[in-house]
Structure formats: structure tokens, C-alpha cells
Design a protein around this ligand. Structure first.
Ligand code: GLU
Length: 280
């Protein structure tokens, strides 16, 4: 091969590489901020949690987290038509923020020290408590009753972690990808109980197909302070989201979202938390 040809070929490759890098740079800036392409904002929610974040048969989304996220997005300058919802399962949340897949996450996401090493949080905007969901005729009434029993929770959740650490270290814990899978396992008899936040369990228990079949133990096994997760270091967004959450409470939209989404499940929620104050 003659040298000139080789040089020309290398130059072409180099030019392509440079173009690709330039494009890649722009792309990653867009998705990196979670707010690129066409003035849209990408927001992480759950898709399988009735009352909090649920994808409906018609493809729309409903729940308290969805309403909070929609309100916050509006305050950030993005109307409902500018929102692109992204499913962020419990185990995926930190990575989704680190990668820049979403601008923020409102997905029953408890604030804790471990997670704060990887992401930043605005809020809290709701205080929930870990509880157990069992069949209505089950004799499980306290946490120690589940030692030795088959218990379902979700990978990457504080619920699963708390079972190991404190609540029932001797339970046979099965960890699934989402709570809807745990509910299926409870119904089929594959597990004896499901554990996570009472807010989530109440939403499932109130679904038509489960009415009268399941009950919450009502144990308040932990304090779960729901925060809105943002990329580590994005303090500007944390500040804006906190201002939006304060406004949501003061203009009564928070209370309305609570009634709309928790009312049907008769979930007795705690009062609106004070922004920046974590209940230990
Ligand atoms: N709030 C708990 C958590 O952040 C449990 C619910 C969930 O998995 O999203 O892990």
C-alpha cells in the first residue's frame, strides 16, 4: 500500500472519529442533564406501584409520586407535555442518576446516608413506614413472626436491607425486581408476607382484585423519608426542587395529591414533612 493512501485513509478515520466525538459530546450533554432533546425533561418513577407510580392500561401514569414530579417539573419550566417518564426500579435509581438517564427521580426513594454518598436529595416530601402485607387470615402480627417464614421484598430497597439488618434476620428473604412481583407471590402462596413501605402496600391492598384478601400488619417498622433524587453535585436543581416542594405544600396542591392518590386506599399518611428535616 502506498504511503499517501495510508495517510489519506488515516486522516479520514481521524476526521470521522473527531465528528463522532463532537456529536457524542452533544448527545451526552443532552441525556446527561436529563433535559435535552426538544425541551423535554426525563423523570424517573415506578411503573408498578398503585397510588404512587403506576403505568395505566392506556399508557398514562398516575400516583402521588407522579403528581409531585409533575408539579415540580412545572416549577422547573416543563409542562406535563414536556415530561418523558422513565421507569427507575429500586435497584437502578443511583445508576440512572449517575449516568444522567433522568434529571430527577420521584420513586418512593428514601433518603439515607448510604445513598447520599452517590446521589443528592431534595425533600423530604413524604414520611412512610415499613410494614408487612399478609393474607387476611394469616396469624402474622409482629415482626418476629416472620423469622423462618418466606418474605418478599425488592432488590436495592431499604425494605430488604432493614429485614437483614434489624427486622427479621432469620426470615427467608426473596428479592424481586418490583413489588408487583412480590404481590403475585403472596397471592400464589409462594411467600408468606411482603414487606416495604405502608404507602406502597396500602395501594396494592386496595386494588379491586385483592380487596379483602390481604391486610397490612400496621407495624411502623421504620421511618422512610421520601426524597427526590438528583445527580450528585447538582445543588442548583436540589434548591429549585425544594422551593417547588415548599410551594406545593403551601398552595395546598400537596394535600390534594394526597387525597387523590391515597384516599381510595384509605392510607393514613403523615403530615407534610418539613423540607430538610429527616425523621430518624
Ligand atoms: N422507600 C424504600 C426505598 O427507597 C422502599 C420502596 C422502594 O423500594 O422504592 O428503598
Amino acid at each position: 500500500m502506498n504511503l499517501r493512501k495510508v495517510t489519506a485513509a488515516s486522516a479520514a478515520v481521524l476526521a470521522l472519529a473527531l465528528t463522532a466525538t463532537a456529536c457524542g459530546g452533544d448527545d451526552s450533554k443532552d441525556s446527561g442533564s436529563g433535559s435535552g432533546g426538544g425541551g423535554k425533561i426525563k423523570i424517573g418513577i415506578k411503573y408498578d406501584q398503585p397510588g404512587l407510580g403506576l403505568k395505566q392500561p392506556d399508557g398514562s401514569f398516575a400516583g402521588f409520586d407522579v403528581d409531585v414530579a409533575t408539579y415540580v417539573a412545572k416549577q422547573l419550566g416543563y409542562g406535563p407535555d414536556k415530561i418523558e417518564w422513565v421507569e427507575t426500579k429500586s435497584a437502578d435509581r443511583e445508576n440512572a442518576l449517575a449516568r444522567g438517564d433522568v434529571k430527577f427521580i420521584a420513586a418512593t426513594y428514601s433518603i439515607n446516608d448510604e445513598r447520599k454518598k452517590k446521589v443528592d436529595f431534595a425533600g423530604p416530601y413524604l414520611l412512610a413506614h415499613q410494614d408487612l402485607l399478609v393474607k387476611s387470615d394469616a396469624g402474622i402480627t409482629k415482626a418476629t413472626d416472620i423469622n423462618g417464614k418466606r418474605l418478599c421484598s425488592v432488590a436495592g430497597s431499604t425494605s430488604a436491607q432493614n429485614v437483614h439488618d434489624t427486622i427479621a434476620p432469620n426470615a427467608q428473604l426473596k428479592q424481586y425486581g418490583g413489588y408487583s412481583e412480590c404481590i403475585g407471590a403472596l397471592q400464589s402462596g409462594a411467600v408468606d408476607a411482603v414487606t416495604t413501605d405502608d404507602s406502597i402496600l396500602a395501594g396494592f391492598a386496595a386494588q379491586d382484585q385483592y380487596k379483602g384478601k390481604f391486610k397490612l400488619a400496621g407495624l411502623k417498622l421504620s421511618n422512610e423519608n421520601y426524597g427526590i433524587g438528583v445527580k450528585k453535585g447538582d445543588s442548583a436543581t436540589v434548591g429549585k426542587i425544594n422551593a417547588a416542594l415548599e410551594k406545593m405544600v403551601s398552595d395546598k396542591s400537596w394535600e390534594k395529591a394526597v387525597q387523590d392518590n391515597f384516599g381510595p386506599a384509605e392510607y393514613k399518611n403523615e403530615p407534610a414533612p418539613k423540607i430538610g428535616t429527616i425523621v430518624k
